[in-house]
Design a protein around this ligand. Structure first.
Ligand code: DAH
Length: 350
């Protein structure tokens, strides 16, 4: 190989090595190997005197050009690596805490309460079912044995989308959907948002309920009471008792309103003898509606395996806002939806 060819070969070899140097240190090594005092290129230059005179000028010029080219490549690469190092250090690291660090948020009290109630019923073997917020009049009212003249069907008491469609006024239509979807035995709860044209300290146009439905052979009112007692004790404290008072709901027969013994007092009175402000001296807190599933509701879904002669069931429905109001002494339902952090921040991670 002639000296000129060797210089050309060195140049392409070194060019590749410079480009492949991935760090400032590696680049320094590469430079030493191809341009250092003891590397081949300067040695070739120094040996020029031993070449025939007519070759010397060309070899000298080629070696110098190559040296300048490689030096330029090294410093360009150096610049790239240096600026790369800086921009990596300055790159946005989204895992770093903010400056100043922002506190972590937490779940809204209603979400926390919903999850706690769900956990109670999941622990009792219930599954979670869901249904749409925009619901058929048929499922919201008719299938639930609600008479055509029932006052809650009035245009002033329910948000109608059209004649067949409403914003559901309760989570009870999920009972119907769950039964259509699955034959008995059925143990479901259905949490979700519901809507009514109300707005005051204890009523909001949208709020949350949790429905419960258990259908099996031989389910009785005693099963309902035992289930609700387990719920009451896990949510309000293990000293609680439940009281079932007769009531009316279209979709249950018999129907009850369920009270839980007040956790804030002894039988209506505080230690200092004054009347308990939470239960207003009654010793009981009303927490939900419930009852035994009306046979007419089963008749509506009989073709899906719900023979009213064979199965019985209990159902219940509660307002999540109300449960949380009672537990935490929240005086006004609208606080939940105002998004004022002075209120919401009191219910941080627990
Ligand atoms: N849907 C009723 C309401 O919104 C609550 C309710 C009462 C649900 C009795 C039930 C029940 O499942 O059995 O006021």
């Amino acid at each position: 190989m002639s000296t000129l060819d060797r210089i050309a070969a060195l140049e392409s070899e070194a060019t590749a090595a410079i480009a492949a140097s991935a760090s400032v240190d590696a680049l320094a090594q590469t430079r030493l190997r191809y341009l250092g005092r003891k590397s081949e290129l300067p040695l070739l230059l120094r040996a020029i005197s031993q070449l025939p005179p007519e070759e010397r000028a060309a070899v000298g010029a080629a070696a110098n050009r190559t040296r300048q080219t490689l030096e330029a490549l090294v410093s360009a690469r150096e610049g790239d690596l240096a600026s790369g190092a800086i921009s990596a250090a300055e790159a946005l690291d989204v895992t770093l805490p903010g400056s100043p660090p922002l506190p972590n948020g937490h779940l809204h009290l209603i979400t926390q309460t919903r999850r706690e109630i769900e956990d109670v019923f999941l622990g009792l073997g219930f599954q979670i079912a869901e249904g749409p917020e925009v619901e058929l009049v048929e499922y919201n009212f008719d299938a639930l044995n609600t008479d055509a003249t029932h006052p809650s069907r009035a245009r002033s008491d329910t948000f109608y989308i059209d004649d067949e469609t409403v914003l559901r006024v309760h989570t009870s239509p999920v009972q119907v959907r769950a039964m259509i979807a699955q034959p008995p035995p059925l143990y479901v709860i259905a949490p979700g948002r519901v809507f009514r044209p109300d707005n005051d300290a204890t009523h909001a146009p949208q709020f949350h309920q949790i429905e419960g439905l258990a259908v099996d052979e031989g389910v009785t009112l005693a099963d309902l009471k035992g289930t609700l007692l387990a719920f009451a004790r896990q949510i309000f404290g293990d000293q609680r008792e439940v009281l079932l008072r007769p009531h009316f709901f279209p979709f249950t027969e018999p129907s009850v309103e369920v009270d839980v013994s007040c956790f804030n007092c002894q039988a209506g009175y505080l230690r200092d003898g004054s009347r308990c402000p939470l239960c207003k001296g009654s010793g009981w807190l009303e927490v939900l509606g419930a009852g035994m599933v009306d046979p007419n509701v089963f008749a509506y879904v009989a073709e899906h395996g719900y023979d009213p002669e064979r199965v019985t069931g209990f159902a219940f429905g509660m307002g999540i806002e109300r449960i949380a109001m009672l537990r935490h002494g929240v005086p006004d339902l609208r606080l939940y939806f105002d998004n004022d952090l002075r209120f919401l921040g009191q219910f941080g991670a627990r």
